[in-house]
Design a protein around this ligand. Structure first.
Ligand code: MN
Length: 744
């Protein structure tokens, strides 16, 4: 053995010490006093996990047990969960990764722990990948969630730790896991009020999916830190003085906005980093007596707005009516003395803890001192869980549909509307009168023909606004229709309408089946599965049910139903219907510029939705029938593709960037500015003077002294495009110029 090397035995000994050290640090991070029983439970869970994972290592090479210990520590110290959750966190991967079963867990730790661990265990993949394995697993987890919210809380700790250690995963898995996190887990954390977890998950996600943008923003944030700190100090000085004079106990701090929220603002408004003004928010946290909370917050508010002028359109009172995830706070945006808008949040310590730790803290204030230790449900989260249950209870919904529905429940902001007798109902923003009708009762929704909003008659598709008073009008003759699916957004309404449609389709199909049977016997053909299958193929419908339905609805003309003819025809004969030819891969991509997977000559085509050009961060998506499609990792469709069909993602990269690309790639540029007659000729001049850029199209529209334009150009790569954008900006400094997807 050479010098500096250590033996396997020595290494094992070092690791054993390190494991114990980490376990002890977990115990220290638990902030409530443990009973003897609880201590024993945690130790037993640790021992079980240690044994189950003894021969396993993480991708980074570390002993696997580091992971469950870290997850348990997040649960204890960052979310403030209780003993049961800590035990579950320690053994959350045991059933999935070892021979221990849920039964074993039940015997050792009881029903509750077994149920939670079961919820956290992925479905064994009996068959090969189905289209919706990820969706199925997610649904399974949520089924347990409606019994016990701790399943999802522990799952979030697990996800957070996996995201923190994502560096050692393969690029493909990084993309898959990061997208799934952005698509589902961050919104879920938000919905449960876990703001810190949510922001960290979002930032970590874009660190992997939008590497360049992430690096760029974090560098710029760091560079401006000193100036920002100076600004904050100056801004809060007078507020501090006045708050002290009025004898309030408080803490005041400037909090930077997350990289994700800055990036979102940049891309939504098409502005560069320099134009994002609210890079931070000021937070005033008051130490108030329970019965003085609201009054103290408004006192602080009036002190702030005496010093700085508020923007009345941006004041929010979530103390009088908290958000349904429990969030309470007073927000306002004021004008600083330097002419910059600054957001100020006022809340008490209790509200602050709820805002940061969400559901868990809420429960804590409602009940005992040691975190969530019962199935008790807190505040507005109850209503939300009830709505999720609604979707879950609909057994025929398939997993992907379910995932979409569930996702809808996560992303919507809320509005408040009133019933005719003044009851307050929370609805997602964008909900229609019909959504509201289903919210009241399935029968009311099914029979809805219109509504009165603030005493004015409106159609069922009318979008509700905050504060509306809504009265639903019904008719016995009404029933749900297919088109209704386009005017509702709540899970409950969608599920109920789909259910009804499925049922009524089945009834209609039943009649069609009888009709078809008669036809068969008239032509003396056997009514059997084989022959039905031939008809299904001939008429190009999805299933026998669709065939019966089409016959009943006369979508298939009765005179075309010459059954014996069709059935006795040779295979390969087709219905005289025209079928759209599947679109050919983009011809511009014939000579490979991209390495897909590890192969140099795998065929691919460039996705139209985001039209990648060399230099963009890209990935491949294996489509059915159209080969591999190349998308940008920040494509608007990417997140949902990667989270629903992770196994169809394949890594892709541009060939050596040093080699000049022979081809040109289509890219879009958006321009917004002050109207100017010479603009088109000025732009075409810049473009024609830029070596090698060819313009495909230009449109400029002007209205009220401003104009909006798009140009599509053929460029070599991102550098080439950036160069062009910079040239336009130099020539027209006040203009907003940025890249867009070609189709948009
Ligand atoms: Mn895990």
């Amino acid at each position: 053995m050479s010098e500096g090397e250590i033996s396997i035995l020595e290494r094992e000994e070092l690791e054993r010490k390190e494991i114990l050290k980490r376990y002890k640090s977990l115990l220290r991070s638990i902030r409530h006093d443990l009973t003897k029983e609880q201590k024993k439970g945690i130790r037993a869970a640790f021992d079980l996990a240690l044994d189950a994972h003894k021969d396993m290592r993480r991708k980074s090479g570390e002993p696997y047990i580091y992971h469950p210990i870290a997850v348990a520590k997040i649960a204890a110290s960052e979310i403030g969960l209780g003993t049961t959750s800590i035990i579950c966190a320690l053994i959350h991967d045991v059933v999935e990764d070892s021979d221990y079963t849920v039964e074993d867990i039940r015997r050792k730790f009881g029903d509750k722990v077994a149920k939670i661990v079961d919820g956290l265990t992925k479905i064994k993949e009996v068959f090969d990948h189905t289209d919706s394995m990820q969706a199925e697993n997610f649904r399974k987890m949520l089924l347990t969630l409606s019994d016990d919210v701790r399943v999802i809380l522990v799952k979030l700790c697990d996800r957070l730790h996996n995201m923190r250690t994502l560096e050692s995963m393969s690029r493909k898995n990084q993309l898959k896991i990061a997208s799934e996190t952005l698509f589902l887990y961050a919104p879920l954390a938000h919905r449960l009020g876990l703001y810190n977890v949510k922001s960290e998950l979002e930032d970590l996600s874009i660190k992997y999916t939008q590497r360049e943008a992430y690096k760029d923003i974090s560098l710029k944030l760091n560079a401006k830190k000193a100036a920002r700190d100076r600004f904050i100090r100056k801004f809060i000085e007078p507020i501090k003085k006045k708050l002290e004079e009025s004898n309030l106990k408080f803490e005041i701090k400037g909090r930077p906005k997350s990289i994700y929220s800055i990036l979102k603002k940049m891309s939504q408004q098409g502005i560069p980093f320099e134009q994002v003004y609210d890079l931070f928010a000021i937070r005033i946290i008051l130490d108030s007596e329970p019965d003085k909370e609201k009054a103290d917050c408004w006192t602080a508010y009036s002190i702030v707005t005496d010093i700085y002028k508020p923007n009345p359109a941006r004041t929010r009172d979530w103390i009088t009516t908290p958000k349904s995830n429990g969030y309470e706070s007073l927000h306002t945006t004021v004008m600083s003395s330097d002419g910059k808008w600054v957001e100020v949040q006022v809340r008490t310590q209790r509200m602050d803890e709820i805002a940061e730790k969400g559901y868990a803290a809420h429960w804590k204030y409602k009940n005992s001192k040691d975190g969530i230790e019962s199935d008790h449900k807190a505040g507005g989260v109850d209503g939300w869980l009830a709505r999720i249950k609604d979707i879950l209870e609909n057994p025929s919904t398939n997993a992907l549909e379910f995932l979409d529905d569930f996702k809808l429940q996560l992303i919507h902001e809320e509005i408040f509307v009133f019933t005719p007798n003044g009851d307050l109902k929370k609805m997602p923003k964008g909900a229609s009168a019909l959504d509201f009708a289903f919210e009241i009762h399935t029968q009311v929704g099914s029979k809805c023909i219109g509504a009165k909003v603030n005493n004015k008659l409106v159609p069922i598709s009318h979008i509700l606004s905050n504060g509306d008073q809504v009265e639903i009008l019904t008719s016995e003759k009404q029933h749900p229709r297919e088109e209704w699916l386009h005017i509702v957004i709540t899970g409950k309404a969608i599920a109920r309408i789909r259910n009804f449609l499925r049922e009524s389709k089945r009834e209609v199909a039943e009649k069609g089946k009888e009709l078809l049977k008669k036809r068969f016997s008239k032509e003396k053909v056997d009514f059997n599965e084989d022959n039905i299958h031939k008809l299904v193929k001939y008429f190009k419908v999805q299933s026998a049910l669709d065939l019966y339905y089409s016959v009943s609805k006369e979508l298939i003309a009765p005179e075309k139903l010459e059954i014996s003819n069709i059935i006795n025809k040779k295979p390969g004969t087709q219905a005289p219907k025209t079928v759209a030819a599947s679109s050919k891969p983009d011809s511009s991509a014939k000579k490979n510029e991209i390495i897909v997977g590890d192969e140099f000559d795998m065929p691919y085509s460039l996705a139209k939705c985001c039209s990648p050009i060399p230099g963009d961060d890209i990935f491949g998506f294996i489509t059915i029938g159209e080969g591999v499609k190349i998308h940008r990792t920040n494509c608007p469709n990417a997140v949902s593709l990667m989270s629903n069909y992770g196994y169809r993602i394949i890594k892709a990269q541009w060939k050596d960037s040093m080699v000049k690309h022979e081809k040109r790639f289509l890219a879009g540029i958006k321009l917004i500015g002050i109207d100017d007659v010479g603009i088109v000729s000025s732009l075409t001049e810049i473009i024609s003077k830029n070596m090698g850029v060819n313009m495909k199209a230009i449109t400029i529209e002007s209205h009220d002294g401003t104009f909006e334009g798009t140009i599509s150009v053929y460029v070599e790569d991102t550098k080439h495009l950036d160069n062009l954008i910079n040239k336009i900006k130099q020539k027209h400094p006040t203009m907003n110029v940025y890249r867009i997807e070609v189709g948009s």
